[in-house]
Design a protein around this ligand. Structure first.
Ligand code: MN
Length: 201
């Protein structure tokens, strides 16, 4: 049984980038829904170890019975992606990364600002619902729906941005660009730097 993780900050604390209403709905309804549907789908799978990790499950979706594969892909992906997303944000953003991560981004993109622009453009280029990811090799990739790089045999991302309309519509209506721009004010660079150290080994 998977459970909804607690946030490390209050729903209202990411304002004005993300409103209290969005955070509450997004966490307590959307994410909670993914968790309960994931658990529901896995109930019907024989022989799953009680200790199996979400990582292991989404890395081998083909190993699941066909009847639950899509539900686990969507809801397991939803649980994985949102669990990372919440940690990528903080009310006390450092504004930009430091150390090796900053150096790496500057080397790859010319400047931190260029990296931000490329990430914004790629986020805006996601058609419909999906995610933009920063990978440990500092490339930017996107995925539709609740898919993520782990499902395709790639590493865990360092950071993910949810560009589903449910992530911004209440605050920004259809203007994804304004949401993406405001999101940088709440990025938890300390957390992402720690992941970079671990995942880029
Ligand atoms: Mn979402």
């Amino acid at each position: 049984m998977f459970t909804l993780p607690e946030l490390q900050y209050d729903y209202e604390s990411l304002q004005p980038s993300i409103s209290r209403d969005i955070m509450e709905l997004h966490h307590s309804k959307h994410h909670a829904g993914y968790v309960s549907k994931l658990n529901g789908a896995l109930e019907g799978v024989d022989g799953l170890s009680a200790e199996i990790t979400l990582d292991t499950i989404i890395k081998d979706l083909d190993g699941l019975p066909e009847g639950v594969r899509t539900a686990v892909r969507n809801n397991g992906g939803g649980h994985f992606n949102h669990s990372l997303f919440w940690q990528c944000m903080t009310p006390n953003s450092q504004g930009q990364p430091t150390g090796e991560l900053m150096k790496g981004l500057e080397d790859k993109y010319g400047s931190f600002q260029n990296f931000v622009e490329k990430f914004n453009n790629d986020s805006l280029g996601v058609f419909g619902s999906g995610w933009a990811w920063l990978m440990p090799d500092l490339s930017i990739v996107t995925s539709p729906n609740q898919d993520n790089p782990v499902m395709f045999g790639k590493s865990e991302p360092l950071m993910g941005l949810d560009v589903w309309e449910h992530a911004y519509y209440l605050d920004y209506k259809n203007v994804r660009a304004d949401y993406v721009k405001a999101w940088w004010d709440v990025v938890n660079w300390q957390f992402i730097e720690q992941r970079f150290e671990t995942l880029s080994q």
